[in-house]
Unconditional design. Sequence first.
Lengths: 82, 464
Amino acid sequence: MAKRTAKKTIDVLWLNNDGGGYAEKIRVPDGTTVEQLRKKKLPENDSESCTIRVNRDIAAASQKLRAGDRISVTPKNVAGAR
Amino acid sequence: MASKINKRFMKVAKRLHTAFERRIVGAYKTIFDTFPDMSEAWLGLLREKTRVEAADIRPTQEGMREAQRLLRQLRGYVCAVKNNSGYLVQRIDNCSQELSGADTGDYSTVPSLTDCYDQIKALESEFGTCQLNTQLNTITTMSHDVQLGNITFGRYYIQIDLDKLEQNNHSFYRVTPVSEECPTVGESTHPHLMNGSLCEGEGASAIAKAYADGRLYDCCLLINSILQTYGRNPYVELDRFGHDDDYDYECETCGTGIYEDDRFCCFACDRTMCRGCVSHCGAVGNWVCEECLNNARDNDEPCVTSCHELGSHDCFVRENERCPECDDVHPDRELAKCEIMPTEAQLCIDCAKSLAEEQTPCDSCLMHGHMGCALIAFGYPVLNTRNHPACVTARGRQHMHHNLGWHHVGLFHPAQTEGDARADFQAYGQFLDARNRTDYTRRQREGLTMVNSQQLAALVGENS
């Protein structure tokens, strides 16, 4: 019988600056890209409405995440008021 | 920090890290802000206690009232101390809670020195600048260029006040334009900016969370996003920034630019207005704004306290009904006030005087001569059981008295005679006499009518 290998996962910090601005440590499969994570966490948002940074640097959609990465999402448009 | 350390960044990072550390302690120390109020309340209580102890209270009615008054005052001071104490306890509890939560959770509220360094470096990378001002104890960065619609505002300084950060003050930053050419309307250099204060709108909770977590970089990103967006409810509408005219004033109602010669001032509130936002009041001969007029209408009072023309022809607040005698509209100060029919059209003073002198009742009221009748103030006799004729002729018509007042004879049942009316009147008079036997007011009325009794007697004799 073939031995099953456990899928490797990594821990990253997900920080959503939209709305409440919560931060949470999440576990994702190793090799997950920025775009894959965005689609999973923000399925209703398109990539044009927010800026995703990894470790405070603007990241490419195809960039692979590494353990301990800090992924932050900041909306491009935030309406002020009076 | 594997790469080479930038000394300038490290200097800024150290200052920032110190500010975050002090913020934790700052929350602890601010509970002492309430102590001056507590001291004042306690000293007030002690002074009052001394006064109460020293008061010479006699066992008389007046003495007891004085004692009650002193106790009420003492109670007030005790309550002030109690309230301040309660507030201090609450502050201590909140502070304890903050301190116990400071080192829990996934993200510490005191970012490490390394994290501060990374944030400063990221700010420099993102916005091109991150400067420390040691004298002002501020860190300043800049937003990206802001263009809203076809109006270019340029970049804005985002100045973080580290002193306020240490106090955990939520107004910890100011936003000011970099360029002197930045479009401006009054004190506003951006639709969502007023005097350097940004209205965060939808970004408020995210900024607050980032601030609480010590994520200064994220705060600046969000501030930048707000500056880049024109929201629904701005301080100043965007299209007003597009005007190049150099106006002398701005209408305080609609914000229109005004030159000196086109400037109006509301006589009531003294605010500067454009011609479209004021109305000319003929009653006072001055300009009044819509807001002051609406307030006056809501409260039914003159829009200007010095005005005595409320209810006149020219009044914007309201126009009084016409005097039923002369058919003219008069301001409030020229009206005789009838308390019997206050909601009906009121006689003007001249007409009331005339009717009173002629001893003629006014058409609209059948209670003339009763207390509250407007004519009494001008000499019309106060009618009571002693001088009340059962029947009187007025304006060529005969009126008989019923217990509800005077009525034209035509309103009575054809079978009812003058004798019936007299009997009715006498019975009513006896009833009133019995009821008013100790009535001070009745004695007053009788005193008033003594002068008129001869005139009335003549009148009664004429009609009997």
